[in-house]
Ligand binder design. Sequence first.
Ligand code: SF4
Ligand code: SF4
Length: 104
Amino acid sequence: MAIKIDKKTCISCNACTSVCPGNLLYLNEEKKAEICDPKECWDCSACLKECPVQAIEMYLFPEVGGSGSTLNVKQDNESLIWQVKENGKIIEEIVISKKDSNKF
Ligand code: SF4
Ligand code: SF4
């Protein structure tokens, strides 16, 4: 698996670049987040959870979410809302309290 970043949605906040444990994310010359070495990403999902505008999605294995499926994380004041999408359409949502977010 790996991530993809929607550069049109990215607001250059730097949240993802500070949390990536492998220092894989950086802002390019257009001040948009980019991953320097996708094969080094170990799918920890830290960047998904931090992005305030859901610009980052993680590809899922077909056996997990179906062909072409991705995962991203929305948030409100109290919860992280994990969304599984297939070809851009939400097929499942899992809501987790922010208090428990590090358990998953
Ligand atoms: S999923 Fe984890 S390892 Fe991969 S780019 Fe995001 S923060 Fe870095
Ligand atoms: S956290 Fe999201 S909005 Fe902020 S720099 Fe990273 S991709 Fe862009």
